[in-house]
Write a protein that binds this ligand. Structure first.
Ligand code: NAD
Length: 259
């Protein structure tokens, strides 16, 4: 992937950080993005650059703000010359029944988990098509394929992202640009730790018991998918082996959706 330039949204934590690490490890220059403490982010940016020898930049664009999202892509193109790989990963979660779901939280989840990918893609696809090569990898979820209770906004956004990715794939077909989604089951990141802690408190369980209860409901392998496995899946989708894969969903869910 040497000479390719990647943008990974939400790459200051969890899955996005692992994808950025994997792409940089495979030789791509990377623009990081996300929220967090500025000193920590700068230390991680510098460490990734020195570990891999590629150029690593950071852009703190807020994924709820279309003008900042467009600027993220323009600045990345100006900085490295192109955006060849776009990974839409930034996401948040909130659990509540529909009748209890805070309206502003619905709006935030739709903006970050769905609309931000529309804004990055509308900015980045013309450059990819002009170059005749591009990879869009959208981080959806098993919740882009099936539903669970109390996740209306997240599931609406992820189903929307799977659908929009198919549209992008069809519109780019034959141009050298592909668009696919990765659909993980449970991955142990801060996003899922919040659900484990909530379950432990609600049901009076230890953290280990809450993990077994969470996985036991949905993920037959009874193990988490790791962030490193998702990083390698993203590298695969960006490789020549996946040049004719487009509009598909790569599911890493321990058997969740086989049931
Ligand atoms: P995480 O909380 O560890 O990371 C989320 C990232 O998004 C962080 O870098 C955060 O700063 C960034 N972010 C949040 N709001 C933002 C905003 N307004 N602007 C810019 N960046 C913002 O969570 P994660 O588990 O690594 O999740 C990453 C993606 O993977 C999400 O889209 C999530 O839906 C998806 N996913 C996660 C799991 C899982 O089990 N953890 C499963 C399936 C899909």
């Amino acid at each position: 992937m040497r000479g390719k330039n990647a943008v990974v949204t939400g790459s200051t934590s969890g899955i996005g950080q692992a994808i950025a690490n994997a792409l940089a490890g495979a030789g791509a220059n990377v623009t990081l993005n996300g929220l967090g403490d500025a000193v920590t982010i700068e230390a991680e940016r510098a460490a990734l650059a020195s570990r891999t020898g590629v150029n690593v930049a950071f852009d703190g664009a807020d994924m709820t703000k279309p003008d900042q999202i467009e600027a993220l892509i323009r600045n990345a193109e100006d900085r490295f010359g192109s955006v060849d790989i776009l990974v839409n990963n930034a996401g948040i979660q909130h659990t509540a029944l529909i009748e209890d779901f805070p309206v502003e939280t619905w709006d935030a989840i739709i903006a970050i988990n769905l609309s931000s990918s529309f804004h990055t893609m509308r900015a980045a696809l013309p450059g990819m098509k002009a170059k005749g090569w591009g990879r869009v990898v959208n981080i959806a979820s098993v919740h882009g394929l099936v539903a669970s209770v109390e996740k209306a906004a997240y599931i609406a956004a992820k189903h929307g992202l799977v659908g929009m990715s198919k549209v992008a794939a069809l519109e780019a077909a034959g141009t050298g640009v592909t668009c696919n989604t990765i659909c993980p089951g449970f991955v142990k990141t801060p996003l899922v730790m919040a659900q484990i802690h909530a379950r432990a408190e609600r049901d009076g369980l230890s953290e280990d018991e809450a993990v077994r209860s969470l996985l036991g409901e949905k993920q037959p392998s009874m193990t988490f998918t790791t962030v490193e496995q998702i990083g390698q899946a993203a590298v695969f989708l960006c490789s020549d082996a996946a040049a004719n894969m487009t509009g598909t969903q790569l599911t890493l869910d321990g058997g969740w959706t086989a049931q």
